[in-house]
Design a protein around this ligand. Structure first.
Ligand code: ADP
Length: 186
């Protein structure tokens, strides 16, 4: 299962590279210092060019970074997407340190920021499941619950949300989680 509609918003699971998405906004798996890192963050900064780093530095100077579970927005620099929403997911520390709640908030705060800016389409990578070590099955179920609850509570605000999974294996994990979220067989 790779597609569902929640609150009038079409939600897709796709395999791909987040930097190449043509949605109005893409979400970065950022760090709270907003200084850039590896994985998605490194790929986005490389593809977007130096302007993105300058904008992140300006936000850092203004508000001292971005707390875990929150998100900030910049332009997309040279990316196809017009905006980058920099979301900070939690580092996995065993599962009893509010990781689920913080990951949920990273998704819902990113969507809230998109709605606030009038953005209609957003693509997410799988936040926290790389360097931050969040187990991907559990992360997929938190991510999809966050999307479903936000979109159901805010119907008609967004046209499309895409989850962009880097590997076929990750896509399969999200497909199973979507089936479980809907209570159907995958
Ligand atoms: P975090 O630090 O939040 O764990 P990472 O960037 O290390 O973030 O990884 C998050 C997920 O994104 C991982 O599953 C990783 O495989 C995947 N990923 C890495 N590069 C890309 C990319 N260019 N596009 C989409 N997903 C990517």
């Amino acid at each position: 299962m790779r597609e569902v509609t929640w609150g009038g918003t079409r939600v897709f699971l796709v395999q791909g590279d987040i930097t190449q998405q043509t949605t109005e906004a893409i979400v970065n798996a950022a760090t709270s210092g907003l200084l850039g890192g590896g994985g998605v963050d490194g790929a986005i900064h490389r593809a977007a060019g130096p302007r993105l780093h300058q904008e992140c530095l300006a936000i850092r100077a203004r508000q001292g970074g971005c707390p875990t579970g929150h998100a900030v927005i910049t332009t997309g620099g040279e990316l196809p997407a017009r905006y980058v929403i920099h979301a900070v997911g939690p580092v996995w520390r065993g599962g009893d340190n509010d990781e689920d709640k913080l990951l949920y908030q990273a998704y819902s705060n990113s969507l809230a920021l998109a709605v606030e800016k009038g953005i209609k389409s957003v693509a997410f990578p799988s936040l926290s499941t790389g360097a931050y070590g969040f187990p991907i099955r559990r992360a997929a179920s938190v991510a999809l619950r966050a999307l479903r609850e936000f979109l159901t509570l805010n119907p008609g605000m967004l046209a499309e949300v895409r989850m962009v999974l880097f590997s076929k294996r990750d896509l399969e994990v999200y497909e199973k989680a979507l089936a479980a979220e809907l209570g159907v067989e995958p």
